[in-house]
Write a protein that binds this ligand. Sequence first.
Ligand SMILES: Nc1ncnc2c1ncn2[C@@H]1O[C@H](COP(=O)(O)OP(=O)(O)OP(=O)(O)O)[C@@H](O)[C@H]1O
Length: 501
Amino acid sequence: MTAEPVVRAHGVGKRYGPTVALHDVSLTVRPGESHALVGRNGAGKSTLVSILTGLSKPDTGAVEFGGRPAPALGDREGWRSRVACVYQHSTVIPHLTVAENLFLNRQPTGRFGISWSRLRRQAAELLESWRVAVDPDVPAGELSVEDRQLVEIARALSYGARFIVLDEPTAQLDSQAIERLFVRMRELQASGVTFLFISHHLQEVHEVCQAVTVLRDARHVVTAGVDELSRAQLIDAMTGEEGGLAVADAADRAPLPAGADAALTVEDLSGDDFAGVSFTLRRGEVLGLAGSNASGKHQVAETVYGLRAPSGGRVLLDGAALPAGDVGAALRAGIGCVPRDRHHQGLVLGLSIADNATMTVLDRLGPAGLAPPKAREARAATAIADYGVVAAGPEQEVSALSGGNQQKVVLARALAGDPRVLVLINPTAGVDVKSKEALLAVVDRVRAEGKAVLIVSDELDDLRPADRVLVLRSGRLVAEHQAGWSDGDLVADIEGVELDD
Ligand SMILES: Nc1ncnc2c1ncn2[C@@H]1O[C@H](COP(=O)(O)OP(=O)(O)OP(=O)(O)O)[C@@H](O)[C@H]1O
């Protein structure tokens, strides 16, 4: 078959000031395939996507769709009918209904203005034709991440696009939702839709894609069939080095001494989504908290660091009760946190790396909050080096960092105040495989210094440094696994299924 590629980018280059984000990159995506785009944080994936979707103009090179030159940058209609990107962050308007979102600015009109009944009917038909089981009348803000993504895909298809970019679509989904997404992708592929799939989870690349392109340091490294590259070879292509991954597993170190002091005590804690949760975290201990998205695990952690007020129970730090629902008090008392959503709770995007990395400790760098710029910069430079942040320098705005590099700044900030207890929620979200290793090594280092760490994560790799993993289901603690757990046993408890053997 000699069908024209769905999309072909050739010789694409893009600079942001001194930063070369893409250099002479080419990409060819064949009709009906799912094509993975992988690379380390800052490799240039998002930049390439912004060029492929007409959000930015390449400095050099060009993009073609189906053998024809891409539309002019201002021709939004033209772009929308060729390609769409479903981002990790929602592009729906939350207070409008699903139907209104689907037909925004192209609502059917009748004699008296917008015809709401036709709008609803068209939306229902569109959703049904793509088998998206979502009520067109609900406000889009109430949709689950999974449904929101499907609505965004349906919207793209309704503009005529048959090429869809999925930017880390699995990052916020639990394992069952990921499986359902993959089933939908395969069905849509069978009806002629082509995907460009971005993920840091290489097993997903092997599971759902047929071809893969690797970017490294702004350059194209390789494009191949997924069957031609093993996971190890993919990692080598991404890093330019040989050798696999090394995450410190708590099972490989001496157990915590029996008499280690309690650092954090959670007593009979209850909230909207959980009840009767008790555990003790000791100095030098890493405790994992696992569960599906609906388990209440995020809410428990957010109650510990004061983002939510509990309806019952209390949290004690070194024996002293923390005021309920007061983040500032928790931080001052010695809790450091990596919140669930780095964009809303984690970072001030308009400020520099130096500002973000030091904002929690300004009082310690100089009198009355007047931190000398040199002290700030020195702190930030250390953070950049320690966490392997790919950045032009400490004064670079955080908004100009790639997603994974932003996450590293969040961790640096959490640790800047030298906390006694660290609460980490999905700490490696969006972080590339190799940087994950560096981030988890930091966790291991602070543990060895005697800090206590609570890690809440959907990823088993993040839980490996934990001495113990507690499993939460429907808001209740249901199981505890000591280091050395098998993936199967832990997942069975998370999902609430019995193993056969
Ligand atoms: N608006 C911008 N201003 C300045 N530099 C930018 C901007 N956007 C991206 N960059 C830089 O371009 C490079 C490529 O970033 P890009 O976001 O494309 O990486 P990525 O592969 O998507 O990474 P991640 O996996 O972390 O999302 C990075 O060095 C980044 O700092």
